[in-house]
Design a protein. Structure first.
Lengths: 113, 114
């Protein structure tokens, strides 16, 4: 089944403790991205990647890192999480950046205390 | 990016048609109209897209006004599973670095009553 998977689905952590949220897709998509969703602010793009080893900032990249060493994986790294990064995170992928249809993962709910 | 305006909420009864409107008066000639929906506790899901002509797929139909300043997503027979937030998004497939980015507004919360 074609899908985007994220792990973990739920995470509660403390300020400053490094964490990684994994994202994987099995559709051989070139384009992958991370969004965060906050009440009243909608979904905002954090980082995106157009292909292996090619990443760039989205609208709200501060406090986040990403890497794209393999085509199927696009992990989101929070080196020193802070409470304002408490949010619902979605990974998305598409065949290319111009593709009409993007596929979203199920989401990771992160709470930073 | 051109802005879209949608009603905050709409309601429908099960098995009735639903027409979800979207206004985009500042749309440019190269902007495609996309619709996504987000079911409760899930990620957004692509529904349909179009440029000028009306479009149909297995999920819905998209009716685009002749002047392209508005569009309507049509669910022909609403089911309980269609209860979701529906987002109308404009996107230019040839626009530079923001090409892949989807700008989600607040969308329309659709409630379907049994």
């Amino acid at each position: 089944e074609a899908q985007v998977t994220q792990n973990p689905r739920y995470l509660i952590t403390v300020t400053g403790k490094k964490l990684t949220v994994t994202c994987s897709q099995n559709m051989n998509h070139e384009y992958m991205s991370w969004y965060r969703q906050d009440p009243g602010l909608g979904l905002r793009q954090i980082y995106y990647s157009m292909n292996v080893e090619v990443t760039d900032k989205g609208d709200v990249p501060e406090g986040y890192k990403v890497s794209r060493k393999e085509k199927r994986n696009f992990p989101l790294i929070l080196e020193s999480p802070s409470p304002n990064q408490t949010s619902l995170y979605f990974c998305a992928s598409s065949f290319s950046r111009g593709s009409y249809e993007q596929y979203f993962g199920p989401g990771t709910r992160l709470t930073v205390t | 990016d051109a802005k879209t305006t949608q009603p905050n909420s709409m309601e429908s009864n099960e098995e009735e048609p639903v027409h979800l409107p979207c206004n985009h008066s500042t749309i440019s000639g190269t902007d495609y109209i996309h619709w996504y929906r987000q079911l409760p506790s899930q990620g957004p899901e692509y529904v349909i897209h179009g440029l000028t002509s009306n479009v149909n797929n297995r999920m819905a139909s998209l009716a685009i006004a002749e002047d392209r300043k508005s569009s309507t997503l049509i669910l022909h027979r609403a089911t309980l599973r269609d209860a979701a937030v529906y987002y109308c998004i404009l996107r230019d497939p040839d626009r530079g670095s923001t090409l892949g980015r989807l700008y989600f507004g607040r969308g329309t919360q659709l409630t379907v009553w049994p």
